[in-house]
Design a binder for this molecule. Structure first.
Ligand SMILES: Cc1cc2nc3c(=O)[nH]c(=O)nc-3n(C[C@H](O)[C@H](O)[C@H](O)COP(=O)(O)OP(=O)(O)OC[C@H]3O[C@@H](n4cnc5c(N)ncnc54)[C@H](O)[C@@H]3O)c2cc1C
Ligand code: FES
Length: 345
């Protein structure tokens, strides 16, 4: 049987109880107390906390994400560390409780697969009808449990947050991958029951902004950006949105008609699909090069990038070269088990 411990954030008036097999970050998120985090798999380091009082178990925290010097200085990864006693903690990344963003408590939900369609090369659209609604912010993700295992994987919601009872996901097959190749592309069928946990993550455009935004998607990195675009247009969050979608050939693009229609309906939305390995009547080359071609300066703009880490890295470099302020660049990287393994070893 597990013990529970009281844990408190020094800068907040709130405390929560956490069992000794539960990551401390999760216990706060379940209470609706938001703390900085991104990947929840021990790879990004966004959730670092200083342990001011008490004892924690670092569990699988890697030296790659949490250096021995940081451990010695009493720093822990909130998404990995579990309590061994009552704790007083302080997030390393600064907390702004008045940032105007409404955060939704993390919860477990179940649902039924109602759509499972092949929409591009090795990409499926999965829609899960939930038994009870799950509130989330555009850009956030859920963890989906692989049946019969303890394995969970992160997938970003692609539907707008106004739709809380049917979650849309875009799933890319990873050859040999446990969740995708072993389940979602093999055994999963309409009518199957699914267990999820959400919402998680801090990627998104949650409050109105004065500057135009460039959104860059690689592969299924389109999912959170589809949610953000729909939400931002409905709530008029930005004066102009430029969405870039990258693929190798036409077979990799999906939802193009959806975005072309959106472009016709909204003057403030521009859509630019881009192919790196096929000539066609649209943009060609790497998606980040298409952005560089269109913008001689990115000063005074913001950007939201999502997809495989090399694409996100290239995009950030390109935007900085065009003088975009680093604090205006928001990114979500689809890190997988190979990155986690590299971090743990
Ligand atoms: C915040 C976030 C949001 C995401 N959103 C999406 C999304 O919307 N859509 C989407 O398609 N994906 C998304 N992902 C990626 C997704 O969570 C999975 O990582 C991906 O689907 C692969 O899962 P899998 O179980 O099929 O593969 P895994 O079994 O996790 O394998 C992935 C790769 O790692 C390798 N590997 C596995 N174990 C090891 C090891 N021990 N050492 C070295 N290599 C190893 C495998 O060979 C394979 O190449 C997201 C990831 C994050 C972090
Ligand atoms: S959220 Fe903890 S390491 Fe990424």
């Amino acid at each position: 049987m597990s013990d529970t411990h009281e844990i408190r954030i020094s800068t907040l008036e709130k405390s929560t109880s956490c069992s000794d097999d539960q990551p401390v970050l999760e216990s706060f998120l379940r209470e609706g107390i938001w703390l900085p985090h991104s990947c929840t798999q021990g790879t990004c380091g966004t959730c670092k906390m200083k342990v001011l009082e008490g004892e924690i178990d670092h569990r699988d925290s890697s030296e790659y994400t949490l250096t021995p010097e940081e451990r010695d200085a009493g720093i822990a990864l909130g998404c990995q560390a579990t309590p061994r006693s009552s704790l007083v903690l302080e997030p390393v990344e600064q907390l702004d409780p008045d940032d105007g963003v409404v955060r939704h408590p993390l919860k477990d939900v179940t649902g039924t697969v109602v759509t499972l369609d092949d929409i591009a090369r090795d990409i499926r659209r999965l829609v899960v009808e939930l038994d009870e609604p799950m509130n989330f912010n555009a850009g956030q993700y859920a963890e989906i449990k692989v049946p019969g295992t303890d394995v969970t994987r992160q997938y970003s919601m692609a539907n707008p947050p106004s739709q809380t009872d049917r979650l849309e996901f875009h799933i890319k097959r990873t050859p040999g991958g446990i969740a995708t190749d072993g389940w979602m592309f093999r055994e999963m069928q309409r009518g199957d029951r699914v267990e999820l946990k959400g919402p998680l993550g801090d990627f998104g455009m949650n409050t109105p902004q004065e500057e135009p935004a460039i959104l860059i998607a690689g592969g299924t990195g389109l999912a959170p950006l589809k949610s953000i675009v729909q939400h931002a247009l409905a709530d008029e969050l930005a004066p102009q949105l430029y969405l870039y979608q990258g693929g190798r050939t036409r077979q990799d693009l999906y939802d193009t008609e959806f975005f072309h229609r959106l472009e016709q309906q909204h003057e403030q939305f521009t859509y630019r699909p881009c192919l790196s390995e096929q000539e066609w009547d649209g943009a060609t080359g790497m998606v980040t090069d298409a952005v560089l071609e269109d913008f001689t300066s990115c000063k005074g703009l913001s950007a939201y990038l999502c997809g495989p880490p090399p694409m996100v890295e290239a995009g950030v470099k390109a935007l900085k070269r065009r003088r975009m302020a680093p604090r205006k660049i928001f990114r979500e990287e689809f890190l997988d088990a190979s990155h986690t393994a590299a971090a743990v070893s």
